[in-house]
Design a protein around this ligand. Structure first.
Ligand SMILES: Cc1cc2nc3c(=O)[nH]c(=O)nc-3n(C[C@H](O)[C@H](O)[C@H](O)COP(=O)(O)OP(=O)(O)OC[C@H]3O[C@@H](n4cnc5c(N)ncnc54)[C@H](O)[C@@H]3O)c2cc1C
Length: 414
């Protein structure tokens, strides 16, 4: 077994570190902040067993027109970002055609199928049961026609991928969620999905488990990464002694920051981000998380209040927050529940690390010995962290992986 630097202590990096450690590697988990303080902190907290099909780019012209006119809650864009995004978005649109999306879904579903089995032991060993509810979540529908179609689609997913659901008509939904203050057409209750009341804390507990088992967590800037002999090294921050940290292998698990590190190394991968916001409110005591499927926002009960998370903002990662969507989602949410006032904290902004074929990049870096990629998990990185961690650890350890890694290799873009 060898020594490994895992760069990035989000859900993906932390789980990779744990799986490597289990296989006897000496692991240094590196982050510029503490574990789980970025994208894995602010998400909607769902471990999405139902998310077998990745999010497709809208294909209907009517929807595209609404987006272009800035009339949607779920999608927002910065016009200034479009020239830089054009190529990736065109490929994303092309890959979202029904027959191609069906292929991507097969590869995505194969990963998603393991998410509960992989999180379960970590939740137990990390003593994090208090954070997790295993009662599913509800997608609610405003219009009877859209609801009827959603129930048909759910039935297809159940037959094809074995994901369980229950359809609730208007009366059953009103009974299940007495906090709802308007009549909705109904809901699809996805029964196998889990929800986490504090996503950042779950990653922090996984990282504590890694440390309890002898792993080392270090503050360092991943951009100091360089080759060193036949291996790799990064420079620790002064906080951690400032010296060089060396290892035989390195894994890049920097979520949306991965592109900034791999591009100068010669990897022009078509990575882009979908930004998203959250805000907490004092009201709306829901029994389960609720996604307004037609407007595209989610309400998650958390210890700090109800967390409202938004859909996708196509923008450059480094430009200031423009929480237009949050305002629209808040307005739509207030039609459903008494949200109460927002907490005084500014809206949180994060970036989903995306690829145009809707599949993550996992496997060896094609042109560098001992370097590995584990990023691009898009809308489901919190769900897939331990699945991705196992796959990478198996590959690095020379074990036969439980899943065919072929569809996720970086080579598909090079
Ligand atoms: C609004 C929203 C809602 C979402 N809801 C869900 C959901 O319900 N379920 C789900 O499965 N997914 C959800 N996602 C997606 C999910 O949050 C991400 O896919 C996932 O968190 C990515 O994890 P990661 O470990 O790859 O990245 P991150 O969690 O971002 O981790 C990357 C780490 O790299 C570190 N880092 C960055 N640069 C450097 C550097 N130079 N040096 C050292 N360290 C560095 C960061 O500090 C960070 O800790 C949502 C995302 C958003 C934005």
């Amino acid at each position: 077994m060898s020594s490994v630097l895992v760069l990035g202590a989000g859900m993906v990096g932390t789980c990779t570190a744990l799986h490597l450690q289990q296989r006897g590697h000496q692991v240094l988990l590196v982050d510029k902040k503490g574990p789980g303080q970025e994208t894995s902190f602010g998400n909607a907290g769902l471990i999405q067993r139902e998310a077998v099909e990745p999010y497709a780019f809208p294909r209907q012209w009517s929807k595209l027109l609404q987006v272009a006119l800035g009339r949607t809650v779920d999608v927002h864009y910065h016009g200034s970002a479009l020239p830089g995004l054009a190529r990736a978005l065109f490929t994303y649109w092309r890959e979202s055609a029904p027959e191609r999306h069906a292929v991507a879904s097969q590869h995505h579903a194969r990963l998603i199928a393991h998410c509960l089995d992989e999180h379960q032991p970590l939740i137990e060993e990390a003593g994090a049961q208090d954070l997790v509810r295993c009662e599913g979540f509800r997608k609610v529908y405003r219009s009877p026609t859209v609801f009827a179609q959603a129930v048909k689609d759910a039935g297809r997913l159940e037959r094809q991928f074995g994901v369980r659901f229950a359809a609730l008509d208007a009366a059953a939904l009103a009974q299940a969620e007495p906090a709802l203050r308007c009549d909705l057409a109904g809901a699809v209750h996805w029964l196998d999905t889990w929800s986490v009341s504090d996503p950042g804390e779950l990653v922090a507990r996984y990282a504590r488990l890694f440390e309890q088992r002898g792993g080392r967590l270090v503050h360092a800037n991943a951009h100091t990464l360089q080759t060193h002999g036949s291996g790799w090294r990064v420079r620790a921050d002064d906080l951690d002694g400032g010296g060089w940290l060396e290892a035989a292998q390195a894994v890049i698990a920097l979520g949306p920051w991965s592109d900034a590190l791999v591009r100068p190394m010669g990897y022009r991968l078509p990575l882009f981000v979908k930004r998203g916001y959250h805000q907490h409110y004092t009201g709306a005591s829901l029994n389960l998380p609720m996604l307004d499927a037609e407007k595209g926002f989610l309400l998650l009960p958390t210890a700090q209040g109800t967390r409202l998370t938004t859909g996708a903002e196509f923008a450059r990662m480094d430009v200031p927050a423009t929480p237009v969507q949050l305002g629209r989602a808040e307005q739509a949410a207030r039609q459903l529940v008494d949200l109460g006032p927002a907490l005084a904290t500014p809206p949180w902004l994060g970036s989903r690390p995306c690829t145009p074929d809707m599949l993550p990049v996992m496997g060896p870096a094609p042109r560098h010995r001992g370097l590995w990629f584990n990023f691009g998990h898009a809308h489901q990185g919190f769900t897939l962290g331990p699945v991705a961690g196992r796959l990478l650890a198996e590959l690095i350890s020379g074990q036969t992986p439980g899943l065919d890694p072929g569809p996720y290799r970086a080579e598909r873009f090079l």
